[in-house]
Design a protein around this ligand. Structure first.
Ligand SMILES: Cc1cc2nc3c(=O)[nH]c(=O)nc-3n(C[C@H](O)[C@H](O)[C@H](O)COP(=O)(O)OP(=O)(O)OC[C@H]3O[C@@H](n4cnc5c(N)ncnc54)[C@H](O)[C@@H]3O)c2cc1C
Length: 421
């Protein structure tokens, strides 16, 4: 703490973001124009084959996320690659329970939009490169964060140290920012692995998304632009390894046997990738001059397609809170601390609600005690018959916060948002 902060070789920025994945990139776009100078430190270039964020996964964007991207002026770049989900079919594998939702019954254009992370990433990267108030250090890995009297010094494996007034952890589930602030994370291993692949079928995707629950975990089949489907198949880890190693024909046969013929014959499969599934949640998301967003704050099971949508609302809320600050007030530890606490409070209900909903879904649908499957089937059938329950479900994509972020309401941030709404 006694180190001088006057060293001339240091870079300076009001805000340093560690991590420029899907959520970090979205935050930088939202915060641009606030008057705060920003530096983003990202370990991997966007075109790297092992990209941790902009990879071959598909993301189902809810209507709330669509609205945020519209307000930020990036939806027009995403929408050509986004397949609308107009119908959802939920079922309990091998049993009679099922439920159907149709967006027309809820006066919606769609329940959400499926886009590959690569295409979503490309749209965000295109906008990032235009931001006049963002410096980008990439590839560069943040190695240490040190506290000094009037800020934090961020060390990276390349380039000079940076003196920051605020460090934002958008650095994923294994967040170094979270660890550096001494903020614990509660981690629960689901003992499941998600295997993802794009598949081509004899019956092209028609806007229906399928969510099928099996005792090993959920199985999602999502429509993609071009008539293909994105598959997220949850398996136990050893089985996932075996399925990953199958040749294409054997993989298609195993998938067809698991899913059935609802989408026609499976003809071809693209590259497969696996993701071990854990729930990670930081009870506290603010520390001294540090704040967490996205997977650094909470990483969820993909069952309900909520992780990124929730992280984007983190980013939208933090941008709203910070854009109300001046360069001077962000430098004042007491004022900054108040602003960060306001962010944490605004996010608490949404974070807790979506995390519990997602976790509960995984657990209820993997239980095989004698009575549970029958109760599940009954619940699905009741859900299918209840317009109110369906209405509540269709509102999920707006989150559980008492107040939606301004960007999700279509309002620009007070100090001005870059880009056209
Ligand atoms: C199979 C699967 C399917 C999913 N489907 C959906 C879906 O349909 N809808 C949905 O909303 N969500 C979905 N999710 C969740 C979603 O992918 C994540 O919530 C989202 O990627 C989180 O983004 P992030 O930017 O917070 O973190 P990450 O994507 O983990 O990005 C973190 C970034 O930080 C960088 N980084 C980390 N440490 C450092 C460091 N020390 N220095 C510099 N850089 C660093 C990394 O290189 C990376 O680019 C899914 C997840 C999985 C696994």
């Amino acid at each position: 703490m006694s180190r001088s902060t006057q060293e001339s070789s240091w870079h300076r920025a009001d805000v340093v973001m560690i991590g420029g994945g899907l959520v970090g990139a979205s935050l930088a776009i939202a915060l641009s124009g606030s008057g705060l100078s920003m530096l983003m430190i990202e370990g991997v270039t966007p075109d790297a084959s092992q990209q941790p964020s902009f990879d071959d996964r598909t993301t189902a964007l809810g209507n709330g996320s669509r609205k945020i991207f519209e307000t930020l002026g990036v939806w027009s770049m995403i929408s050509p690659h986004a397949a609308p989900i107009r119908r959802i079919h939920v079922s309990d594998a091998g049993r009679f329970g099922f439920a159907r939702l149709d967006c027309r019954e809820h006066d919606l254009e769609a329940f959400g939009y499926v886009v590959t992370n690569r295409q979503l990433g490309a749209a965000l990267q295109a906008r990032l490169s235009e931001l006049p108030d963002l410096d980008l250090r990439r590839p560069a890995v943040c190695t240490q964060i040190e506290e000094v009297d009037d800020g934090l010094i961020v060390h990276t494996d390349t380039g000079a140290p940076v003196l920051a007034k605020l460090v934002i952890g958008a650095d994923g589930a294994k967040s170094l920012v979270r660890a550096s602030a001494g903020l614990p994370a509660e981690v629960e291993d689901y003992g499941q692995t998600a295997l993802i692949a794009h598949v081509q079928t004899s019956r092209p995707a028609d806007g229906t998304a399928y969510e099928r629950f099996t005792s090993r975990g959920p199985f999602a089949v999502l429509p993609l632009v071009g008539g293909h489907y994105g598959v997220v198949w949850t398996l136990d880890p050893a089985e996932a390894e075996r399925v990953l190693a199958l040749d294409e024909q054997d993989f298609l046969a195993a998938l067809q046997q698991q899913f059935g013929w609802r989408i026609g014959r499976l003809l071809r499969a693209g590259k497969r990738q696996t993701y071990p599934l854990k729930l990670s949640r930081a009870p506290q998301i603010v520390g001294p001059r540090r704040v967490l967003i996205g997977n650094a704050a909470q990483a969820l099971h993909p069952v309900a397609g909520q992780g990124f949508n929730l992280g984007l609302r983190d980013a939208a809320t933090l941008a709203e809170v910070l854009s109300a600050q001046s360069q001077q007030s962000v430098g004042d530890a007491a004022v900054l601390s108040q602003a960060l606490l306001a962010y944490a409070e605004a996010r608490e209900r949404d974070r807790t609600g979506i995390t519990r909903f997602t976790d509960g879904l995984v657990k209820v649908f993997s239980r095989e005690d004698p009575l549970v499957p029958a109760l599940r089937d009954l619940a699905l059938l009741l859900f299918d018959l209840s317009p109110q329950a369906k209405q509540a479900m269709s509102r999920l994509s707006w989150g559980f916060a008492k107040e939606m972020p301004r960007l999700a309401r279509g309002d620009r941030l007070r100090t001005g948002v870059s880009g056209q709404p």
